[in-house]
Design a protein around this ligand. Structure first.
Ligand code: GLA
Length: 350
């Protein structure tokens, strides 16, 4: 059996998903393709890595196989009887670009295993299994956005998701005279997952200081009770949630000018208040600000490198991208990669 699961890009709502906040991602037309068959051992093969790994029992190897092994461990933890399988994967999703190739691999694995072994697990449960793989097995305490989007994506729609209640709404993504591009900075700073977990701890600390259970209860008045780093982090989360709500409205009204401004302010906040940006992605966003037809740009995903989402009038980005690549190369000695992004459906059989 063969399946494919898409990556995701988040329009706005960054570092809100583990804080009971709002996000506005969509599934992208780049995928992890996975085929599954019966076997007498676990065999995982990656075409992109050109590597085959065999194991009698699931074990952590600190590499790509952990995303699949983690999913199997989650199934087992829930009492499903796993039999050994051979899983082969290939992908046209750039890794480390902020499109969440890891969540796509987890969701593809969870869905394929569930269908192939006849578990028939509902989609939301698959999302939880996939996320648990990342949190407990891989060790990145991520939120639910990436796996949710890879499973629930819908072509021509973004997903407005409330990560507290898991209620969601498909918001039409009619780009008409506009386009969305992803600029891959081609840097991924080593501290990304340790800093990610640190941000989570800081947010937990905020709740402790305020004596609140959920970040949803944290208000602007609470900012007065906080200082220094914790205050900055909190301000980002509160204001980023507000920006998501405004962005949903703007998207519904086809008001891309407003949406673009919200993207720029999200970036500023991620840079100055949440401090998850880096020189390279800042450079890209600063370069684009004020260029004709460029409406907005910001870093996407966890941060410390990865991609920048760019919203522009159709054709406008094409006019500046070579110059941008040239300046970036001059400054950092690194080549940029560009991807024009379209929306996609979520995980499915092929
Ligand atoms: C990573 C995580 C997501 C989310 C983003 C930041 O992509 O996997 O759950 O927290 O960072 O918004």
């Amino acid at each position: 059996m063969k399946v494919k699961a898409p990556g995701r890009i988040n329009i706005i709502g960054e570092h809100t998903d583990y804080n009971d906040g709002y996000v506005l991602p969509f599934a992208v037309n780049r995928y992890v393709f996975l085929s599954i068959e019966g076997s007498d051992r676990f065999i995982f093969h990656s075409e992109n890595m050109n590597e085959t790994v065999e194991m009698e029992r699931i074990e952590k190897l600190n590499k790509w196989t952990d995303y699949i092994s983690g999913v199997i461990a989650s199934f087992e933890k829930r009492g499903y009887r796993m039999s050994p399988v051979k899983i082969s994967v290939s992908s046209n999703l750039p890794m480390g670009a902020g499109l969440s190739s890891s969540a796509a691999l987890e969701v593809a694995s969870a869905y394929a295993i569930s269908e192939y072994l006849g578990f028939n697990v509902p989609k939301l449960e698959l999302v939880k299994i996939a996320r648990e793989a990342e949190v407990e097995f891989v060790g990145v305490r991520c939120g639910i956005m990436d796996q949710f989007t890879s499973a629930f994506g819908r072509k021509d729609h973004a997903i407005f998701l409330d990560t507290m209640t898991l209620e969601y709404e498909y918001v039409p993504l009619k780009l008409k005279g506009y386009e969305i591009n992803l600029v891959d900075s081609n840097v991924k700073h080593a501290l990304s997952s340790s800093e990610y977990n640190k941000r989570r701890q800081e947010c937990e600390e905020v709740l402790k200081v305020l004596g609140k259970k959920s970040f949803r209860e944290v208000t602007k008045e609470d900012l007065e009770k906080l200082s220094g780093t914790l205050r900055k982090r909190t301000r980002h989360v509160i204001e980023e949630n507000e920006r998501v709500l405004k962005s949903v409205q703007a998207l519904k009204e086809g008001d891309f000018e407003t949406l673009g401004k919200l993207l720029f302010s999200s970036h500023e906040s991620l840079k100055d208040l949440y401090e998850v940006s880096c020189e390279e992605t800042d450079f890209i966003v600063d370069y684009l600000r004020g260029k004709e037809g460029i409406l907005g740009a910001r870093m996407v995903g966890g941060g410390f490198g990865g991609g920048v989402i760019v919203l522009s009038k159709k054709g406008a980005f094409g006019k500046v991208k070579e110059e941008l690549a040239e300046s970036y190369r001059k400054r950092f000695g690194i080549d940029l990669t560009f991807h024009e992004i379209e929306s996609s459906d979520g995980v499915q059989k092929i």
